[in-house]
Design a binder for this molecule. Sequence first.
Ligand code: ZN
Length: 211
Amino acid sequence: MNDFVHQRRTDLLGAYVLDHLAEPELTAVRDHLDACADCRRTVAELTPVARALSGVNADDVTVPAHLEELVVRRVGAHRGRRLRRSLLLAAAAAAVIAGGAAWWYLRPTAPLEPVALVLQAPGVTAEASLVPHTWGVEIKLDGQGFVSGQTYRVAVTGTDGSEVSAGSFIGTGENPMRCNLNSSVLRANASGLVVRDAAGTVALTSTFPRR
Ligand SMILES: [Zn+2]
């Protein structure tokens, strides 16, 4: 067994599934995988995570300072910034497997735009923020008091008066709910949002500031 690879498996296997390894590490990892069932299992676990991360640009990722320090110390400053970023992503991917908490660190650093809500359903409290993605505006909706088990539909209204679906969610009653709703309306073309209950009654609305 190649102990060098096995000892560094946390970052090497992460970098391997992210396709960020160069020689001689690449051959060393491949040889080791032939011999080590443990590491093959880890690669199988990391592969779907790597696929999910493939759209993430390493430069847009917020990495906690202590993790960055750890990787810089381990890899050495002379190895170059790109490799360090790869290993950071790999370490984060490994942490996703370990506990799931790393997703918090992998949040895109896109700015949040809080918007005012007009609450119209009894007992509902909610807050919303927008994320202006290049593919459309995302609504981050935190709320409480949406009737448990009831389906709510969310639509983004366009500056041209159109309504475009941003998906739906199921009420969680008194339990806090956090949901992310995506629409194909660009922030510049979005004028507001509306949430309706299963009967079509408006539960809340928002009018966005003009951008
Ligand atoms: Zn191994």
